[in-house]
Ligand binder design. Structure first.
Ligand code: FMN
Length: 236
């Protein structure tokens, strides 16, 4: 969660039993950092770290998490080119870089970044392929479901062909306070990439429903926004 999930936040949550924690999202190049300033100035939380400081900053944040966590450390990143994401993948304590093809803030989408990357599956595939080829870490791609005009299965196949390790799907169902499990089912039926299902997981029951729909793993954000979790992950 931009502006919230920094190293200290993730370190303090690590004891809840997660396999992976995600830092960010962070803006990784000049245009997205500029967009981050604009988003912040209209009152939405954002991390604003300047381009030349990002790698040393993330080295520190990952080290803070590592003090208390043996699992995987992921960093969610917005960038209009692969280079800055590849640079972050070379940080020693970073296990996964996550391409943000999910953000819907207009300052980001008008750069062709965030969920705007879903509009062109060929470009997305090439973008991720370059990262997979050059990265030192594993690679995840985070997408949002139910974006008008987007076929999630086509995107999932493109991400799978790119060689990414994970497809992370925010199965948002606009107008409902529950995940779109049909999207998870159809992605699972049509691809074999490791699928992380996300949205509205707040207890054991909602987590199990996501796994039963075909997700290989689950993630959650808002249920942990207060810095702790009020259910036991080991019961899922
Ligand atoms: C304040 C806030 C900031 C967020 N920032 C990001 C972000 O930077 N990158 C990202 O991939 N998702 C971001 N998300 C989306 C969450 O990671 C998650 O996909 C979404 O909230 C649905 O999952 P949940 O129901 O478990 O919260 C953000 C969500 C919130 C509430």
């Amino acid at each position: 969660m931009a502006g919230i999930t920094d190293g200290a936040f993730c370190r303090d949550l690590a004891g809840e039993g997660f396999d992976m924690v995600t830092l960010g999202g962070y803006n990784a190049d000049h245009p997205t950092i500029q967009a981050g300033h604009e988003i912040l100035s209209r009152g939405r939380p954002e991390f604003v770290v300047e381009e030349e400081s990002l790698v040393p900053y993330l080295e520190d944040q990952a080290q803070i998490v590592r003090e208390n966590f043996k699992g995987s450390i992921s960093v969610n990143l917005r960038s209009i080119t692969p280079g800055p994401i590849i640079r972050v993948s070379k940080i020693r304590e970073v296990d996964v870089v996550e391409v943000n093809a999910h953000c819907r803030q207009k300052e980001i989408t008008r750069l062709g970044c965030g969920q705007a990357m879903l509009k062109d599956s060929i470009r997305l595939e090439e973008f991720v392929e370059e990262i997979v080829e050059k990265a030192k870490s594993r690679v995840s791609v985070k997408i949002r479901a139910n974006v008008a005009g987007i076929d999630e299965v086509k995107i999932a196949k493109a991400v799978e062909r790119s060689g990414a390790n994970y497809l992370h799907v925010d199965a948002m169902l606009p107008g409902f306070l529950r995940a779109d499990l049909d999207v998870i089912r159809s992605i699972k039926e049509n691809s074999s990439i490791f699928l992380i299902g996300n949205n509205s997981i707040k207890d054991v029951e909602s987590a199990r429903k996501m796994l039963n729909a075909g997700a290989d793993g689950i993630s959650l954000a808002r249920a942990a926004i207060g810095g702790s979790l009020d259910f036991d992950l080991s019961r899922i």
